[in-house]
Write a protein that binds this ligand. Structure first.
Ligand SMILES: [Zn+2]
Length: 146
């Protein structure tokens, strides 16, 4: 029996090649980018566009905002040790002029982040089902080994 190759946890939101890309759409009328993909009508209120093309979005951006995704219970509740909160970041893609929310890569905590930090897109295992790895996109500080 051979190992199954990893698949996307959400179909069609990102490529699985190396390096990976998020897949967005661009309105052919006004040029606005969307993620996740938009297929029916343009969300730009000044645009009547109804046709879109799929585009690979920029793999790198700058952190615009970030937060802890997990709520740490206050005392006297005893949190599991070690308590591992994870960070999520809103990342601004300069070329597309858009913000893409994503979880930070494993081991990155809120204390490691700052606004303006450059990050790149990576894929990490979300869970395994039926012997198959499911991958999700995450943001990882630039220059950090996967
Ligand atoms: Zn449009």
């Amino acid at each position: 029996m051979t190992a199954k190759s990893p698949v996307a946890a959400i179909d069609g939101w990102y490529t699985l090649d190396d390096p990976p890309h998020l897949i967005g759409s661009r309105c052919l009328t006004c040029g606005t980018y969307f993620f996740p993909r938009q297929a029916s009508f343009c969300r730009n209120p000044d645009c009547e566009g109804e046709t879109f093309e799929d585009v690979k979005l920029s793999r790198t951006g700058k952190i615009w905002s970030y937060t802890n995704a997990c709520y740490q219970p206050p005392p006297p509740f005893v949190a599991p040790v070690p308590y591992l909160p994870f960070a999520i970041a809103a990342v601004e893609l300069a070329a597309e002029r858009m913000i893409v929310l994503g979880q930070m890569s494993a081991g990155i905590e809120v204390g490691d982040l700052r606004v303006g930090m450059e990050v790149e897109l990576v894929l990490e295992r979300l869970y395994a089902a039926d012997g198959q790895e499911k991958l999700i996109w995450k943001w990882q500080p630039m220059g950090r080994a996967p």
